[in-house]
Design a binder for this molecule. Structure first.
Ligand code: CP3
Length: 334
């Protein structure tokens, strides 16, 4: 059994297993080199010759316990027929869509469009670099996808609040998202994903009074579906205040925490396996601080099933040698 799967089953692992959110990405010069020659990001995410190479790049350098398939959460809106493009300055930019059109998307067509993702998973799962390691498939959580689909760009820059007023439309869109998210998960699992992570990157935008409707209920639908496929599911509801309440309501196999929560409180109040937490910003500083911060998480979770990771994606400015150093600390002290 892989170290991550043992950890999830609450077995003792010699050291804490580790993988890194956005481990396949812009901080790696070998990724930037490929990206330079592939200006269209969506096309790159559908290139079955290149996806396996990028997915395996971090495993060639670092002693990681999992690969995560190189793809994007916005491949679902793309598969539903919404235009998606990535610009250097503005990040993702999405086009308009009509609810009737996306509701009528055929499952066969959607699967055909995303086929390169699935064949790449199959290809990577056979690679010997993955021996005794997990292959992580992923999706965006329904709320987070809804935000991108309606806001049509990152809410970090400009959140158009009035588009969230039509509650009936929102429920209709969420239903389509959940259906196709589940389809996307089942295809990923069928083709070799051994673990699924749900990224609810914008969960923190939801008011307390709407958490049940937009965060708990929607994540639970996807978590329950994934559990039936018999692969563990990790939830990352970034920015929510009460992780214990999320865990009680949604019941994922693993909860991934962001860097704004106190890990000590999480360790005390949550008894399911925990992942992540370290602020990715520390990897931009000096090694002594990285060591101190990494050891803090290792110490807090020493008697808790814990998968080492960051509290959000690794930053593009990170030097690869800093990640190498972090992994060394975990393998020595974890
Ligand atoms: O983790 C991995 O290594 C696997 C690949 C992966 C990517 N995106 C590749 C990517 C994963 C797991 C994602 C998830 C994702 N995508 C999320 C959830 C996690 C999070 O960061 O909150 C979100 C919100 C997106 C949407 C998205 N994709 C944005 C906002 C952007 C642009 C800005 C940014 O954060 O990079 C992307 C582009 C993107 N997705 C890149 C990569 C490597 C950068 C592309 C480039 O410009 O070279």
């Amino acid at each position: 059994m892989t170290p991550i799967q043992s950890c999830i089953l609450n077995r003792n692992t010699k050291t804490k297993p580790v993988w890194i959110m956005r481990q396949a990405g812009r901080y790696l010069p070998e990724f930037r080199k490929i990206r330079k020659n592939n200006k269209d990001f969506i096309k790159l995410c559908l290139n079955k010759k290149i996806i396996p190479t990028i997915t395996l790049q971090p495993l060639k350098r670092f002693d990681l316990d999992a690969a995560i398939i190189f793809s994007d959460i916005l491949m679902i809106p793309y598969g539903l027929g919404q235009n998606v493009k990535f610009t250097k300055k503005l990040g993702p930019e999405l086009g308009d869509f009509k609810i009737d059109e996306i509701s009528n998307t055929s499952k066969i067509n959607f699967t055909k469009i995303l086929k390169p993702v699935y064949s790449s998973l199959q290809n990577v799962s056979k690679n010997k670099l993955l021996k005794n390691k997990d292959l992580i498939g992923f999706v965006g959580s329904p709320w987070t996808l809804l935000v991108y689909m309606l806001n049509k760009s990152s809410p970090k820059k400009n959140l158009k609040k009035k588009i969230f007023k039509d509650k009936i439309l929102i429920q209709e869109i969420l239903k389509v998202i959940v259906d196709f998210t589940n389809l996307h998960i089942s295809q990923q699992v069928k083709n070799g994903a051994t673990l699924i992570q749900l990224f609810d990157s914008w969960a923190g935008l939801v008011n307390e009074s709407e958490l049940e409707e937009y965060i708990y209920v929607q994540n639970k639908k996807v978590v329950d579906f994934t559990k039936k496929l018999e692969v563990p599911v990790i939830c990352f509801p970034r920015g929510i205040k009460n992780y214990s309440k999320f865990v009680k309501n949604v019941k994922p196999d693993v909860i991934s925490i962001d860097y704004n929560v106190d890990p000590k409180i999480i360790g005390k109040n949550i008894d399911i396996p925990v992942q992540g937490g370290l602020n990715p910003k520390f990897l931009l500083g000096d090694k002594s601080q990285v060591k101190k911060e990494a050891n803090k998480y290792i110490e807090i979770f020493k008697d808790h099933p814990y998968i080492f990771n960051l509290g959000h994606g690794i930053l593009p400015e990170t030097k690869p040698e800093m990640l190498e150093y972090l992994i060394k600390i975990i393998k020595e002290n974890g």
